[in-house]
Design a protein around this ligand. Sequence first.
Ligand SMILES: Nc1ncnc2c1ncn2[C@@H]1O[C@H](COP(=O)(O)OP(=O)(O)OP(=O)(O)O)[C@@H](O)[C@H]1O
Ligand SMILES: CC(C)(CO)[C@@H](O)C(=O)NCCC(=O)O
Ligand SMILES: [K+]
Length: 260
Amino acid sequence: MSGVWGAVDVGNTSIHIGLFDRADSRPLPAPTTTFSTASREPDFSPWAARLPREPITWNIVSVNRAGQAAFENWLTATRPHDHHHALDHAELPLAISVAAPEKVGMDRLAAAVGANAIRDPQRPAIIIDAGSAITVDVVSVAGAFLGGAIVPGMKMAARALAGQTDMLPEITVDVGEVPTAIGADTLAAMRSGLFYSAVGGVRELIERFTAQLNGPAPQVIFAGGDAAKLAPQMPVASVTIDHLVLGGVAIAARHAKAPR
Ligand SMILES: Nc1ncnc2c1ncn2[C@@H]1O[C@H](COP(=O)(O)OP(=O)(O)OP(=O)(O)O)[C@@H](O)[C@H]1O
Ligand SMILES: CC(C)(CO)[C@@H](O)C(=O)NCCC(=O)O
Ligand SMILES: [K+]
């Protein structure tokens, strides 16, 4: 058995992979190595050479079945001695207080596991994961996942604007800088709308969740590729955690009863 865990987060845009040291006993472990590739036609080859030779056990959370199959097929073909296991909601060290826990995206649940490891135990947490979709979710003071909201991510919204109109182009929302609010041409207007609607949506959800929780002020935790753009725009203090989902997967692997 090798000294590392593999954690895999299969999203709708990207597959994020991390290697974790099994001896990492921090509340939220951090990956020693990460690699990302597109979920559609992923290419793992640039990374394969960096993997240890010993067999690795991979724990997977997936919200994209084709991406998951691509990863598993690659593994079977290139690393036949490795093991892989797609985690199920029931395997997470997490109370899930919704009627249908099996329908909740495993990335949302793994992020909640990660959030529980770092939050103040006296306060609930609001988790914003800004990827293909932006999810805004809640864990209670007791640590239970309560649900939340799902919003199109900025890139997805940009695609929708271009795809369902005649005159709007597809733009990249790679806003290196914060856009001017009053956009003076089409591109500037789209950039403004895409950015500030995401900012405003997340802000409104934080506010409403906070009101509904009606208790100690929630801790706000950002994750995902667009976190760095959104977090500074919020009127509340927050922390941004890289690899929150992968860290949650590593915690789940650590907690698993059977040695994997
Ligand atoms: N390390 C990074 N630094 C800056 N931007 C990033 C980084 N990683 C991803 N992004 C950008 O942030 C956006 C969201 O990234 P993230 O990796 O969280 O989600 P995704 O992979 O796009 O979606 P999903 O996880 O749903 O597949 C993407 O549009 C991507 O271009
Ligand atoms: C919301 C996304 C797309 C975010 O990646 C994913 O978590 C998902 O497909 N979830 C399934 C539906 C749900 O979470 O209720
Ligand atoms: K879908």
